[in-house]
Design a protein around this ligand. Sequence first.
Ligand code: ADP
Length: 590
Amino acid sequence: MKKKKIWNKKNLPLDIAKAENFGMLILALSSGICGILQIYAVSGFVNVALESIHKSLLNRHLLGTLFLLLLTVAMDWLAPRFSGILRQKAELKLVRQYRPRMLKKCASLQYIHVEQADSLDLIERVLKEPEKNWQDIYQAILALLKLFINIIGILIVIAGYVWWAAGVILLFCIPLFTFSVKGGKKNYQTQRDTSCYSRKYWYLDYVLNSRECLNERKIFGYTEKVNKQYADTYQEAFGIETKMQAFWAVKTKLSGGLSAIAALLIVITLIQPTLSGKISIGLFISLVNVVFSLTSQMSWGLSRNIDALVKGNEFCRDMRDFWNLEEEEGILEAPKYMNEIKKIEFKNVSFRYPGTDYLVLEQVSFRLNWGQNYAFVGANGAGKTTIIKLLTGLYKGYQGEIRINGKELRSYSPAEQKGIFSVVYQDFYRHALSFRENCEISDPCHNLSEEEMKKLTRQFDLQQTIENFPEGYDTLLGKIRKGGMDLSGGEWQKMAMLRALLRPAKVRILDEPTASLDPKMESEIYQLFQQMTKDSLTILISHRLGFAKLADQILVFEKGRICEQGDFEKLMEKKGIFYKMYEEQRSWYQ
Ligand code: ADP
C-alpha cells in the first residue's frame, strides 16, 4: 500500500516571523475595513460639499468629513507600504531560520535521492526562493481576506437599497473564481515542466562560460555546438512559458470583460433608487467609484491572488514531498573513529543500482587485512567504484554480507561508518578556499595545528609552492576571486590526498588518483601512496597496472566479479587476465 504523505507542522515556517505576520494581518484587516468606511467618507463629503455649494454656505461638517476621507485615503496608501516592510523582515527571518532547516534536510537525504532526477528536480523547485514562495502564499491569503471584507461590506451596503444587485455580483464571482483556480494550477505545472529544461540550460551555460571548461572549449571548439543546444533547450522552455502567458492574457482579458459588465449592471440598477431619492447623490458617486474599483480588483486581484494561492498549494505539495523524502539517520553526526580495523570481508555480495535490472556486482567475496595495501584493478565499468560506494555506506540494498571486524556494516551507526574510511574520489572537488581551510574541512572536529599542516605540506612537496603565495597558507586557491592563486592538476591531487591523510580514519581509499596526471607526477603520487599505507589499510583503485605492483595484494575485477587475486608476482606467473592487461600497458612504464 502506498504510504500516505503527511505534513508535519514542524516543517511549516509557522514559528518564524510571528510578529511580522501578525502585523501584516492587522494591516490587511484594517485596510479592508477602511475600504468600507471610505464609502461613507466619500458619500458624506460629497453630500456636505454639494449642500455647501447649493446654499453658498460652508457646512460645519465639511472639515470633519474631509478629515475622515483623508484618513481612509492615508490608510489605503500607508498599509501596503508598512506591509511591504514587514514582508521584507519576515522573508529575511525565513532566510536565516527556514532555509538552514531545508539545507540540513538536504544534507541528511538518503544518497538515492541525490542521484535520482525526480528528487533532484523536486529539491531544485523547493529550494528556489522558498521564503518568497511562503510569503507569496501568506500575502495572497491576506489580499483575499481584504477583498472578501470589501466585497461583503459593499454587498451589504448595496443590498440595503437594491437587494438583487448583490446577487448579480456574487454570480459574476463564480466564473472568475474557477478561471483563477485553473490558471494557478497551470502556472505551477508550467514551472514543473520547465524545471528540467532550466537545469539543462544552466548546465550548458556553465559549460559555455565557466573557467573550468575553458581549456576544453578552446581545444575542441565546441562552443557553437553547445551554444545551439543551449538555444534549443531555452527555446523549448520558452515555448512552454509563452503558451502559459497566452493563456494568462486571454484569462485576464475575459475576466476584465466580465467584471466591466458586472460593474455597469450594478451602476444601472443604482440609478433608479438615486432618482427616487432613496440613495443620496454622495452615496451614488461613492458606490459607483467603489463598484468600478472593486470589479477591477476582482478581475485582477481575485484572479492574481487565487492564482498565487493555487500555485502556492502546488508549492506546498512539493514542500510536503520534500520533507517526506527519506533521510539517512544520524548522517550529520560527527564521525566516530575506530581504533583498529582488523579485517574487512565481502561475503557473496551482489548488487544492482536502484531502478536498474542488472547486477553490477555478482557474488563478490574477498577479505582485506589490517596493515596491508590492496589494489583493485580491472577495465572501466567492472564494478570497482561500486565496491567503494557499498563500503562507505552510500547504498545499503546489497545482498550478502559486508563485515568489518566481523560485524555487518549496516549494523554500525552512520557516525561509526563515517569514521572508518577516508576517501580521495577521482572527481574530488577543488574547493575555492584557502590552503588552510582546504585542510581543515577534512575533519571539522580536528583543530589543525600550524606545525602539523607544515609537516604534511613538506611531506607532499607543496611547501614551497604554498609559501610563495602572497598570503601563504591563507591564500585563496582557485581563480574565482581577485587574488586567488591556482594549483596545477597534480598539486590539487596532492591537496586532496593530504586532506584524506588528515582524517584519522583507519581505512584509506584512493579512487583513480592519477587519471589526469603526467607520468612524473603519477610516480610522485604513488610514492606518497606508499607513505600513506603505513599504519592503515589502503585500497587503491586504478586501471594503471604498473603501480598495482606497489600493493601487497591485487584484486582483478571483470564484469562485476573477482576473476583473479594475488600479489604481483603470482598474477604474472599465472599468465591470466592481469598478465595480459599488464603486457598491454607495459610500454607505458618503460
Ligand atoms: P568501475 O569503477 O570499475 O569503472 P563502476 O563501479 O563505476 O565501475 O560501475 C559499474 C557498473 O555500474 C557500470 O556498468 C556503470 O554503468 C554502473 N553504474 C555506476 N553507477 C551507477 C548508477 N548510479 N546507476 C546505475 N548504474 C550505475
